[in-house]
Design a protein around this ligand. Structure first.
Ligand code: NAP
Length: 541
């Protein structure tokens, strides 16, 4: 069995960054990647129209000034192929591929308490022994597929947005269905509508969306950002969500309606996802949120010609941004096309799939291609898929039966020497995830360095620290509007999933302070041990 210092699971943005950083400590590091390519979600979500909704300059690694200077983003919001090219460039430039094993899916990880090492087993039976085990499996990587009666009888092609096929999907002249109107459904709708003979979008919940205002990056913009990149990064690191601009510190309720209108108009035309930062209390106060939601509803409504379709597409019933809003490029306007139809699943639910298409309570819709843009088992799906067996044979699934419990989102009591990157209990999906990834990986690299320098065997989150952190995560969530609606932030996206608030909503800056404080206090909330606890217990028995 190969002996490793660190084994990382997943070769997406987080896994590659962890490999680069930990290899820099002189450690023997290997990455296992289940797919036949690197890039994680950016490898799999290759649907038409897929692009990032964080600006390219911010959705990129900050660890190498040379990389920052030499990479040239072509658009304000990069497309999926461009992001994948960037990821591959990083892998080549930093010679990462030699330590990545593709087509290698971890099926089991078992902690050997006596040795303070993890035994990792792949689906094909190969095994590795490693001191540290780092999960970089992503928060939106386990797809969620509906299972309608008759689904297997459908005669055309069924595709999930998050498992887009490698072959070219030709929509020309085809009758296409998209089920789901989250970011994925909203991004692909305008692109597919231009190719398909007919497109039906099945909507269960109308979602808020802000226009991307995407544009090519000019040479001048590129030069300006590159000349001031450190300042832009500092801004992102110190912002609530890791975006590269300053949030407004005013309350939406402390200004006149005219002034608010001006601010919202500017945010609508430029800020995309950052609209939620137009005033500091948009996600904290319902009356403040109402002012933003009312503005956005008005703007969306003005984009849609048909009054019945407008009524259905304008989001109602949840605060703006309490569910993840989208950033779109012509989504609502697409419904003004003659070949596009909105099917309201609240009015006419799907009864079954047939060989020809989808039968709703209203009629039979005939299709050649059906796309599930139905999202993911968020946050915990990929962490709980393999059998992770910690101390005393307890599995992570057992431990998290009532919802994820972590110390600072990175460590779990009973699972020593295991680290989780951008998992539940960290800002994760409430942040520019690139900022969170780099923050956590630098922190965990320092932890591992401390362990190595001290000749230590085992670190482990303390149960009382975990309890306090989970309580703090909940306390911060209770200050917000996130808990006022169902969403994947609180486990509502999968039937039977524990209904707890998953990410840390206190912002990336505040989260970083917790990480820094923990390290400064000698990793408070963790036990750092010279010998495995199991051995010490035995010796003293
Ligand atoms: P999502 O936001 O979870 O949306 C899933 C959609 O499918 C929702 O409209 C949901 O309706 C609907 N749905 C789920 N199950 C259904 C069923 N059985 N029948 C009918 N409708 C069903 O998933 P997503 O659009 O893939 O996006 C997930 C996340 O990925 C985003 O929030 C974002 O964080 C990330 N993402 C980012 C980008 C980017 O630009 N960076 C692009 C795409 C995705 P309900 O709302 O009623 O549940």
């Amino acid at each position: 069995m190969e002996q490793l210092d660190v084994l990382i699971i997943g070769a997406g943005f987080a896994g590659l960054r962890a490999l680069y950083r930990l290899r820099g400590l002189g450690k023997r590091v290997v990455v296992l990647e289940a797919s036949d390519g690197i890039g994680g979600v950016w490898y799999h979500n290759a649907y038409p129209g897929a692009r990032c909704d964080v600006e390219s300059f911010d959705y990129s690694y900050s660890f190498s000034p040379e990389l920052e200077q030499e990479w040239r983003w072509s658009e304000r919001y990069a497309t999926q192929p461009e992001i994948l090219r960037y990821i591959n460039h990083v892998a080549d430039r930093f010679e990462l591929r030699k330590d990545i094993l593709l087509n290698t899916r971890m099926s089991k990880a078992t902690y050997d308490e006596e040795a303070a090492r993890w035994i990792i087993t792949a689906e094909d039976g190969r095994q590795w022994s490693t001191h540290y085990f780092v999960m970089c499996v992503g928060q939106l990587s386990t797809t969620k597929r509906p299972n309608y009666p008759g689904q297997s009888t459908f005669g055309g092609e069924i595709i999930h947005s998050g498992e887009w096929p490698k072959h070219k999907v030709d929509f020309v002249g085809k009758r296409v269905a998209i089920i789901g109107t989250g970011s994925s459904g909203m991004q692909m709708t305008p692109v597919i509508a231009k190719q398909a003979s007919h497109l039906t979008v099945f909507q269960r919940t109308a979602n808020f969306s802000i226009p991307a205002a995407n544009a090519p990056v000019t040479d001048e913009e590129d030069a300006t950002v590159k000349a001031n990149y450190r300042a832009r990064r500092e801004q992102a690191w110190n912002s609530p969500t890791g975006l590269g601009f300053k949030p407004n510190r005013q309350s939406a309720l402390d200004v006149t309606p005219e002034e608010r209108e001006k601010v919202y108009e500017a945010a609508w035309n430029r800020w995309g996802f950052g609209f939620a930062l137009a005033y500091y209390d948009i996600l904290l106060s319902k009356p403040a949120n109402d002012t933003a939601a009312e503005f956005i509803r008005r703007k969306i409504g003005a984009l849609i010609d048909d009054p019945v379709t407008r009524e259905k597409l304008v989001p109602q019933g949840h605060p703006f941004a309490a569910r993840r809003p989208s950033v779109d490029s012509g989504y609502f306007q697409t419904f003004n096309r003659n070949n596009v139809e909105l099917a309201d699943l609240k009015e006419y639910p799907i009864l079954e799939f047939t060989p020809k298409g989808i039968r709703t309570a209203e009629k039979l819709h005939e299709f050649d291609i059906i796309i599930f843009a139905t999202g993911f088992d968020a946050f915990t799906g990929s962490l709980l898929k393999p059998a992770i067996v910690g101390r005393d044979g307890v599995t992570l699934k057992d431990k998290w039966g009532a919802g994820p419990i972590t110390q600072l989102g990175v460590g779990v009591a009973g699972f020593p020497n295991m680290l989780i990157v951008v998992g539940p209990g960290s800002p994760s999906l409430l942040s520019n995830v690139m900022v969170s990834i780099e923050e956590q990986i630098d922190w965990l690299a320092d932890l591992i360095k401390t362990m190595e320098e001290g000749g230590l065997a085992e670190f482990e989150a303390l149960p009382e620290a975990e309890r306090a952190w989970v309580e703090h995560v909940n306390e911060r969530a209770r200050e917000t509007l996130y808990l006022t609606t169902n969403s994947y932030y609180n486990g509502a996206e999968v039937a039977g999933k524990p209904r707890v608030f998953m990410p840390y909503s206190g912002g990336v800056r505040s989260y970083r302070r917790f990480l820094q404080q923990c390290a400064a206090e000698g990793y408070s909330g963790f036990a750092l041990r010279a010998a495995p606890a199991a051995k010490t217990r035995k010796a003293s028995a």
